[in-house]
Design a protein around this ligand. Structure first.
Ligand SMILES: [Zn+2]
Length: 134
């Protein structure tokens, strides 16, 4: 294969990958109320999409909603009755606080611990901002 042809093929592939990385779809909880508890069916899947630990996301919900809860397999269980819209609006706050970069708005970030403090670090622009520990 000629070198020019190879380059052409490479450039055909790259934009697709970039597009995929830039697209961010806000995940949604699927939940239902059972007795006095609220079961989030897809806690682990949502956390995975956000590249966060399910336990971290659960801790956030427990703190914001001021109720105890547990992670059980892929599910999250909250002690209390919460409507899906309440949970999803909290999820939006979580994403804003712990996932999206405060500088460039991208979601390609990771949580790191540096000198005992928690930071959100952006893989796109390199910005680092402190986040509260839950
Ligand atoms: Zn950034």
């Amino acid at each position: 294969m000629k070198y020019e042809k190879m380059l052409e093929n490479i450039y055909k592939i790259i934009p697709e990958k970039v597009k995929m990385k830039e697209r961010f779809e806000m995940p949604e909880f699927s939940s239902f109320i059972s007795g006095k508890q609220t079961i989030i069916n897809n806690l682990a899947d949502v956390a995975k999409q956000l590249r966060r630990e399910p336990e971290h996301l659960m801790k956030f919900l427990m703190k914001e909603l001021a109720v105890p809860g547990t992670v059980k397999g892929k599910k999250g269980i909250l002690q209390g009755k919460f409507k899906p819209e309440v949970l999803n609006s909290r999820l939006g706050e979580y994403v804003k606080e712990f996932v999206l970069c405060h500088e460039c708005g991208k979601h390609d970030t990771e949580l790191i611990t540096f000198e005992g403090a928690r930071y959100k670090r952006c893989e796109v622009c390199g910005a680092r901002s402190p986040v509260r520990s839950l």
